[in-house]
Design a protein around this ligand. Sequence first.
Ligand code: ADP
Ligand code: MG
Length: 243
Amino acid sequence: DKEAVPLLQVRGLTKYFGSFAANNAIDLTIAPGEIHALLGENGAGKSTLVKMLFGVLQPSAGEIVWTGKPQTVTSPGHARSLGIGMVFQHFSLFEALTVAENIALSLDPKIPLTKIAEEAAALSRAYGLPLDPSSHVADLSVGERQRIEIVRALLQNPKLIILDEPTSVLTPQEADKLFETLFKLKAEGRSVLYISHRLEEVQRICDRATVLRHGKVTGACDPRQETPASLARMMVGSEVAAV
Ligand code: ADP
Ligand code: MG
């Protein structure tokens, strides 16, 4: 049964920086069409985990199983070719270049810029991400810059799109628009890995949550079935949450 194969399985994923384990034997499973939260306080290890999934960092130990097959994700380009898209917390855009020129940098140089601009414009309309491909990044707001990164990811038709703390730079109105885009991705059967430390938005938009604390998984749940207090306990530990 094809439906039963998880899109992504992470098994025992571990990352050491020197002798410090930023990720310590992480297990995580993402189904197709699921909005999956990675929830945890600052420093819990969320960005480290997704950087391994996107080929930015190499694991010290453990396994990434993608569509049923163990994979070594060697680089972001490799991750994109597998069908993994990523919207980073800190964007790497060139201010002096246009939206289309920035997007072109992560694509095959043989693709004409006019084609990239057309496709970017079409995706921005289809996914409710208003963006003019000919505008210069220097003139754009942080919300618009994030939309470039989302459109860039969508251009490669990803099965999984990872967003690292996307709402930290958005107004509440922009965040609501982003959630509509995520619901559309989900309706198309794509999966979203949504990093956040904000309980209320995770409870509002996510189907599953994996909670990290000090580099370890402290809970995996349907966040809608939890109370804010029970989620907070997984995030910060019972000692602190009880205060
Ligand atoms: P989060 O995204 O949950 O805030 P991170 O994954 O960014 O957490 O970081 C987890 C821990 O690993 C933190 O203590 C951080 O200081 C440490 N860390 C992250 N990246 C590096 C690095 N390149 N070198 C050393 N320590 C790092
Ligand atoms: Mg982070």
